[in-house]
Design a protein around this ligand. Structure first.
Ligand SMILES: [Zn+2]
Length: 400
């Protein structure tokens, strides 16, 4: 017999997911959309109202019945619950607090002279958590925490290899769980950015979205039906290490010919130098130079775009994605080659396959921290985070 608690949780998540995507709906409309009885929706909504996960729309409450009152609508209560996101970076940590509608309400950057130790990073998160909780409207309403790191994270929350921070085999989830009394999710930074980008725009029909984050590296992420594609051990979608040549520049992963080494900032620097451009590999300056008619800079960006197209053609042939989103520090340069990129990809993929929509990410400086908070939100409240076994995906369990 089905576990009643699980069924209730699942149906409450279905309601929250529907309201998050579509805004305010009456109980009757929710019942119709989710094929539930009116009395079931009333029962489930009472629980959501008592937890301040949803609120009744006050405007409709005040309308006189004689005027044909359409019924009270339920919508997500923005200030009922909050989620903390933390991006652990090499020279800085960025924090964001988002409300129940994923809107950022507080953000902060803490600079580091050297990369933080795991304990220092946890202490910095604790300090931001305390500062947020001290605000009257937030108080004890922070429901969960998401943390991103610039490297591989295993499904059980173990940070495998973080050479740029000097971390290796750190059980960050266990450290975070010892420090915080609320649920914690640990994620790779590119996954965080990608997830936030998709999850915060639920009206867009994203059935399979690939994300490439180009800067010093080339991170990748894939989101299928609202969930990050994690692979067997949680480290999938390393698109930057897709081999596009037998030989080629040495990649930091130890291999040669990785896509990353043809499309990152170092590659842009090489192409600019070889074209004898007078500008260095600063994407904003390169963009300005091209705007001023610098042919050498234009040639360098065309080379980079051509290599990126080669990678995206293979990714498209493998995944048949609906959307490909490009983000990271390279955005100003990518913007210049976007039309060309779309054309080359459309002409290079398997015949008959519809080309994906290719667009740039929004590029918010807090996108990673906001994405981490979005992952925490999703694990707590979205129906797509539930696995068949009734466990929430993305909320890792410790290895012990
Ligand atoms: Zn590599």
């Amino acid at each position: 017999m089905a576990n009643q608690g699980f069924i209730r949780n699942m149906n409450q998540r279905r309601i929250l997911t529907l309201l998050r995507r579509e805004g305010g709906l009456t109980r009757a409309e929710i019942a119709r959309r989710l094929a539930l009885t009116r009395s079931a929706v009333t029962y489930l909504a009472d629980g959501l109202l008592s937890e301040r996960l949803v609120a009744e729309a006050p405007d409709n409450n005040e309308m006189p019945r004689e005027a044909g009152r359409p019924g009270v609508t339920l919508s997500i209560d923005p200030g009922g619950n909050y989620f903390l996101g933390a991006e652990i970076g090499v020279t800085a940590m960025r924090f964001a607090l988002v409300d129940m509608t994923l809107k950022p309400v507080k953000a902060k950057t803490v600079e580091w002279r050297k990369p933080p130790s795991p304990a220092e990073a946890i202490r910095a998160i604790e300090a931001f958590l305390r500062a947020c909780s001290a605000e009257k409207r937030v108080g004890r309403r922070i429901r969960a925490i998401g943390i991103t790191v610039p490297g591989l994270v295993r499904g059980d929350g173990m940070v495998l290899h973080l050479p740029i921070l000097g971390w290796r085999d750190v059980n960050l989830l266990a450290l975070a769980r010892a420090a915080f009394r609320i649920p914690v999710a640990i994620e790779n930074d590119t996954n965080g950015v990608a997830f936030g980008e998709v999850y915060r725009h639920p009206k867009l029909s994203h059935d399979l979205v690939l994300f490439l984050r180009l800067g010093n590296g080339c991170g990748g992420a894939a989101i299928l039906d609202g969930n990050l594609l994690r692979g067997t051990s949680g480290v999938a979608a390393e698109f930057g290490h897709m081999r596009i040549a037998d030989h080629g520049p040495l990649c930091h992963c130890g291999q040669r010919g990785c896509l990353e080494t043809y499309v990152n900032l170092a590659a842009l620097g090489r192409y600019l130098a070889e074209a004898e451009a007078r500008v260095g590999p600063d994407p904003v300056q390169v963009s300005d130079a091209i705007g001023a008619g610098d042919d050498a800079a234009t040639a360098a960006v065309e080379r980079l775009t051509a290599h990126l197209a080669t990678g995206i053609i293979s990714l498209t042939n493998v995944f048949n994605p609906s959307d490909i989103v490009l983000g990271g520090a390279m955005r100003p340069v990518l913007a210049l080659g976007l039309e060309r990129l779309r054309d080359v990809v459309a002409g290079g993929i398997v015949a008959g396959m519809p080309p994906p929509k290719i667009a740039l990410s929004a590029g918010d400086p807090y996108e990673c921290a906001i994405g981490a908070a979005a992952i925490a939100h999703h694990a707590q409240f979205d129906v797509s985070a539930l696995s068949v076994g009734g466990q929430a995906n993305g909320a890792q369990r410790p290895a012990d």
